[in-house]
Design a protein around this ligand. Structure first.
Ligand code: R5P
Length: 300
């Protein structure tokens, strides 16, 4: 960081709450953004503050990425044009991580395309638990320094404070990484279920015997609740196996319109999420972990 630079945070619409949590932890000021759409759908963007020589941190909430992606790019370009020294991006939920290979001829491999698009506009990127499926790390697709922050410490703080005698349960093998990390931090047992996806809104889950976790309070943890089917089917089985309604925890509150209701009706005791996407279920604040990662980029 240059001696004359100062830190500023700008939020795209929808990311204001997270930006307000982040800015004081970075020793940064907040710059307001005037944003609207022209009648023909084009975006109007205006930074309401002087960003000259600043280390700018742009915060975006990308549940519905397509309408905001171009604005991200415009804003980074405008900030440089207005004299910002560097422009970094904080996207607590990183979209376009599913399509990481070409399943059928002619398909766009959108995780690579989106990564190249972002890498052209920003100096660095911080996100939380991206859905790394067939690629081991963000470096494989991002050309800029990119940090994947772990939500496990924040989730473990919540479980430790809210649940007596927990057992951490993952609905499928992909959740294993969070499940073991959170369980180790809490100091409790864990269990991973077996899932078979039969369609966009249909999953089949097998629950092994609780074993040494008999009598514990089940806490289901997954990275995303999207249609809610994975969490709902798991909650039903786990509730019956343990004789106790599970707490359902997700990192990213993607939530299709009926998803929360589906999970609640399946027997969840409570549904809580991290604040990577704004939603009424947000109860776990990951901003301290995100701030730590952002500081490392700003100090580099
Ligand atoms: C799957 O690989 C993910 O970890 C989640 O289990 C999945 O995205 C949840 O999706 P849904 O809520 O649609 O079942």
């Amino acid at each position: 960081m240059n001696a004359s630079s100062h830190r500023l945070v700008v939020a795209l619409p929808g990311a204001e709450a997270f930006a307000r949590l982040l800015a004081p932890q970075l020793g940064a000021g907040l710059v307001d953004l005037s944003y609207r759409r022209f009648p023909d759908g084009e975006s109007y963007l205006r930074l309401l503050g002087d960003v000259r020589d600043a280390e700018l941190v742009l915060v975006a909430s990308l549940r519905d990425p397509d309408p905001q992606a171009l604005s991200l790019w415009f804003l980074a370009d405008a900030a440089r044009d207005l004299g910002a020294q560097r422009v970094g991006l904080v996207v607590p939920y990183l979209p376009y991580m599913r399509q990481d290979i070409r399943f059928q001829d002619g398909e766009a491999v959108t995780n690579g395309s989106f990564a190249r698009f972002i890498s052209q506009a920003f100096d660095w990127l911080v996100t939380v638990d991206p859905h790394l499926h067939r690629i081991p790390s963000l470096d494989r697709i991002y050309r800029i320094p990119a940090t994947a922050v772990a939500s496990a410490p924040a989730i473990a703080r919540w479980v430790g404070a809210q649940v007596v005698r927990p057992v951490i349960v993952g609905p499928d093998s992909e959740s294993e990484q969070w499940v073991h990390d959170v369980a180790a931090r809490v100091g409790c047992p864990s269990l991973v279920l077996e899932k078979r996806r039969l369609g966009d809104r249909e999953v089949q889950i097998t629950v092994p015997m609780p074993g040494d976790a008999v009598g514990c309070a089940p806490v289901l943890i997954d990275d995303i609740i999207s249609s809610g089917r994975t969490m709902a089917v798991a909650a039903g089985h786990v509730g019956r196996a343990f004789g106790e309604a599970p707490q359902c925890v997700a990192v990213h509150a993607v939530f299709a319109p009926d998803a929360l209701q589906v999970v609640v009706e399946a027997g969840a005791r409570q549904v809580v999420t991290c604040n990577t996407l704004p939603h009424p279920s947000n109860a776990i604040d990951v901003s301290p972990e995100v701030a730590q990662a952002v500081r490392a980029h700003l100090d580099a």
